[in-house]
Design a protein around this ligand. Sequence first.
Ligand SMILES: *Cc1c(COP(=O)(O)O)cnc(C)c1O
Length: 484
Amino acid sequence: MPFEADITIVAQALDRFYNDSISARKPVIDQKRLDQVVRDLDLEYYAKKGGLEGKKLQLFLDKYLAYNTRLHHPAYLGHQCAAPHYAAALGTFVNAFTNNVSSIYEMGPASVGMEYFLINWMLEKVGWKKAPTTLARRVKDQDFGGGVLVDGGSLANLTALIIARSALVPDVWEKGTPSNLSILLPSKGHYSLAKAAGVMGIGAEAIRFVDVDEMGAIRPDRLQRCYKRTLQEGKRPIALVANACSTAVGIYDPLDEIADFCQENALWMHVDGAHGASALLSNTYGRLLKGVEKADSLVWDAHKLLQTPSLCAALLLRDHKHLDQGLQISLDASYLFHQKQQPGFDFIHRTLETTKSGLGEKLFFVLGALGERGLGKYIDRQYGLALQAYDYINELADFECPVRPQSNILCFKIKGDSKTQMDIRQRLTDEGRYYITTVLFNGERYLRLVFMSERTTLAHIKDLIGEIRKIRLSLLKDAKEQLL
Ligand SMILES: *Cc1c(COP(=O)(O)O)cnc(C)c1O
């Protein structure tokens, strides 16, 4: 096996890719047409003949990487995907080759151990009780938190809501979903939650939206009214979901007050912290999650703000028993679920998956490299930069920002209609100078920056503003010429 030689080739190619990205020598994005990608990479040839190793591997990788979008690039301000730390990629690689999974302990003691440790590490950050590492203690001392790593925040949200439903309707797995269930969401809730309502047979139309303020944050003073109205309709909400933070503009709901309301009304509180729960590691921004410890469940993606490659999302519960009982179905899986004397722990009953990737390696290797302080500093930097950029843009006469950022997400627009913002983003993407997105917020289209790369500075934002102004002028000129 040309193992070492090929690994060296891969490492060198990635090193070039990384350096070309951080130095901005190559464009952040360069989308070739699909047919060209398939042709240029000789996929057909290799699929038939094989032999992708050595010199051929090197040539192939150079082409392949040239067609990649560059997340480490300072001009990468696109989606909420991490610019991964190389150590996290190494962890992913090691697990990929050993292929130890974390569904059952005997298929990956190191992988399970790592995941179990990480769940405890996260539980502690939330303020929940860590699970004991010995079976005897687990049986004796039932009062502790629990969690599992799954493939993404969407799946984690779905799993959380399924568990909340089991808590409200204990025989749901046998009898099916009652027709009067509902979910309480802020209108800026992530669309995976509406999808979950569909998957669970609750139906998106049964969702009831709670009132929010002009930034899209839940208004605790209006919760009572919304809740009462929902009950009067004959609906039974399985949970109230709060954002920490919202996807569109990155605003945190007031968790503390929401949690008090949920406790008073014995309502399951689920916190969607897919993006913003990582602020728990920051001394400066951790306060945004004040009250999260009073919630019942939390989703926390590592592949967004913890420099971890996709996908690695934690579903965490204050009380592990809900997680250990909430996904039970009496199918015959006795070959997996027998009461065996075992030295470890199985995760299989905590997820919708059967074979479950070893996801601990993705996060642990970066945590092990930087330490939690290092990750906290990264959050501080990215959140702080969004504020600096806001202070700069908000002062400009031809620009406006709808909200002051609370995370590393910043929305703004240049004078002009929604189409102008869309056209600007299109032009930027075509030129490959900056990769940004747009978002619809309170009925208007905004440009949206997500600060993921550690290499982005305020100077890049000033340059981007200059680019946007130039594009706008050229769009105006084009429009005038069309009129003449
Ligand atoms: C990204 C995000 C999700 C979805 O997570 P994936 O890991 O992309 O599936 C859900 N909720 C919020 C608030 C998010 O930001």
